[in-house]
Design a protein around this ligand. Structure first.
Ligand code: ADP
Ligand code: MG
Length: 413
C-alpha cells in the first residue's frame, strides 16, 4: 500500500511526497498500525531500512489528530538518542515531516548554548529529540517537565539500555506518567537487553524484520588480513583506487583517528576526523563537509557507528575491527542505505583475530575473506612506501641500494 492510501492528515501525506517517500518500507508498514493504536513496540530492522520514519510518521499523525494544551516546559513525545549527531539528524527528519502541520520539534544536545533552547521550551513542545545529558540538565534546572509525556521512544534502543545509559533511562521512565506509550527501535538486540526492554513496558508488540542476518543485504562486506603496521598502505591503496568515492573509515581510538589522518596527509590524501575530543562546532562542520562531499574521506571512532544517515557513502573501511561485536553491524550499516548498495572492507591483523571470531559468532556466519597473495601484499606496502618518501630519504635509499645492490627492500612485519 502506498502512503496515499493511509488515513493520515493531508499535510503529512504531502510532506511525505515532498520527501520522495511514496510507499512504506517493511519496518514502516509493520510498525505504523500498532503505534497508531497506542501499543508499545519493540522493533528490530536492519540498518538503513527507514526506522526513523517508522516512528516519526505515526507519532506526527497521533500528535496532529489529538491536540493537547501543554503546561509550561512540557513535552508530549521524547525521543532518546545516544549522540549529538543523531539528535541533529532525527530532528531534521521530524522538521521535514511536520512542515505546516502546527506541530513543533526541538533537538537538545550538549555542546551548544542553552539559552535559545530554554526560550523555545517555555511554551511547551510536541516533540523533543535529545541526548540524555543535556535533557536531564535542563530538567534539573526546571526548564523541562516530564508530566505531559505521552510517548517515549528509544532509538538505538539496545545501546540506550546499556551500562552507560541505563540508569538515565530508568530515571526517565520513573518520572514520566504511568500510561505512556513506549517504543524501542534498533538494528541489533541481544537476549539480555530484550528482557530489560520488556521489563520496562506493558505488553510490547515485537516486530522483527530479517532476523537471520543483521547485516543489510545491500552491503557487500568482506575482511582482509592486514598487519597493524601495514594498514595505512592498504587504506591508501583503496582510496587511490576509488578517488571519487565517499568513504567512512572506522578506527579504534581518537588518537588513532588523528594518526591515520596524518599518515594520509603525508601521502597527499585529504581527510577529516570526527571523535569525542572535538568541540561541537567542529563536529558539525566535519559532518556537513562529508555530507556535501567537500571532504570525501571521514575517519571516525565508534561515536559515528550508529544511526548516521549520510547519502552516497560507497565504502566503509574498518581500519580496526570494532571491540564490541554488534558495532560491526552498525559501522558497515553506514553504507548500503535505503535502495543504495554499499561495500564494507575490514582489516584484521593477527592480534585482532579473536575479535573477528566474536563478530562472526555474533553474525552467526563467517565473513568473506579477500585473498591477497604475498606478492600483491608486498607490492601494496612497497609502492606506498616509495611514494611516501621525500627526496632525502629517496637519496638515502638509493645510496643504501648502491651499497647492497642485490637486496630488495622489504617491509618488516
Ligand atoms: P535506519 O534508522 O533504519 O538505519 P533511516 O531512518 O536513517 O534508517 O533511513 C534510511 C534512509 O532511507 C534515509 O535516507 C531515509 O530518507 C530513507 N527512507 C526512509 N523511509 C523511506 C521511504 N518510505 N521511502 C523512501 N526512502 C525512505
Ligand atoms: Mg536509525
Amino acid at each position: 500500500m502506498k502512503f496515499e492510501g493511509y488515513n493520515f492528515a493531508p499535510t503529512l501525506k504531502r510532506n511525505l511526497e515532498n520527501l520522495g517517500f511514496r510507499k512504506p518500507t517493511d519496518i514502516q508498514y509493520r510498525s505504523i498500525p500498532p503505534i497508531l493504536n497506542g501499543e508499545d513496540v519493540l522493533a528490530i530492522a536492519q540498518t538503513g531500512t527507514g526506522k526513523t520514519a517508522a516512528y516519526a510518521i505515526p507519532v506526527i499523525q497521533l500528535m496532529s489528530a489529538k491536540r493537547d494544551r501543554m503546561e509550561n516546559y512540557g513535552v508530549r513525545c521524547i525521543i532518546m538518542v545516544p549522540t549529538h549527531e543523531l539528535a541533529i539528524q532525527v530532528t531534521e527528519v521530524f522538521e521535514k515531516l511536520i512542515v505546516e502541520m502546527g506541530i513543533n520539534v526541538i533537538g537538545l544536545h550538549g555542546g551548544v548554548e542553552q539559552a535559545p533552547q530554554i526560550k523555545r521550551l517555555k511554551n511547551g513542545m510536541d516533540i523533543l529529540v535529545a541526548t540524555p545529558g543535556r535533557m536531564f540538565d535542563l530538567a534539573s534546572q526546571g526548564f523541562l517537565s516530564f508530566n505531559s509525556v505521552e510517548i517515549l521512544i528509544l532509538d538505538e534502543a539496545d545501546h540506550m539500555l546499556e551500562l552507560g545509559f541505563i540508569t538515565d533511562m530508568q530515571q526517565l521512565i520513573r518520572r514520566i506518567p504511568k500510561g505512556r506509550q513506549t517504543l524501542f527501535f534498533s538494528a541489533t538486540i541481544n537476549e539480555h537487553i530484550k528482557d530489560l526492554a520488556y521489563g520496562l513496558v506493558r505488553h510490547a508488540v515485537r516486530i522483527q524484520i530479517s532476523p537471520k542476518d543483521p547485516v543489510s543485504k545491500n552491503i557487500d562486506h568482506s575482511v582482509a588480513f592486514v598487519e597493524m603496521d601495514d594498514k595505512r598502505f592498504f587504506l591508501e591503496r583503496i582510496i587511490n583506487e576509488h578517488p571519487e568515492s565517499k568513504m567512512l573509515v572506522f578506527v579504534r581510538t581518537k588518537v588513532r583517528a588523528e594518526r591515520v589522518a596524518k599518515a594520509l596527509e603525508r601521502v597527499g590524501l585529504k581527510s577529516q576526523t570526527i571523535h569525542g575530543d572535538k568541540v561541537q562546532d567542529e563536529r558539525s562542520q566535519v559532518m556537513t563537509h562529508f555530507k556535501e562531499g567537500i571532504n570525501k574521506i571521514l575517519i571516525a571512532t565508534d561515536i559515528s557507528s550508529r544511526g548516521i544517515d549520510i547519502p552516497n557513502v560507497e565504502y566503509v573501511v574498518n581500519y580496526d575491527l570494532p571491540e564490541v561485536a554488534e558495532n560491526y553491524v552498525h559501522r558497515v550499516g553506514r553504507t548500503g542505505r535505503g535502495v543504495q548498495r554499499g561495500v564494507a572492507v575490514s582489516f584484521c591483523s593477527t592480534e585482532e583475530k579473536p575479535i573477528l571470531d566474536e563478530i562472526e559468532s555474533f553474525l552467526a556466519k563467517s565473513i568473506a575473506v579477500i585473498g591477497i597473495d604475498k606478492r600483491e601484499y608486498e607490492e601494496t606496502v612497497d609502492i606506498s612506501e616509495a611514494s611516501e618518501h621525500d627526496w632525502k630519504s629517496l637519496i638515502k635509499e638509493s645510496n643504501a641500494q648502491l651499497a647492497m645492490p642485490k637486496k630488495k627492500k622489504k617491509k618488516k612485519k
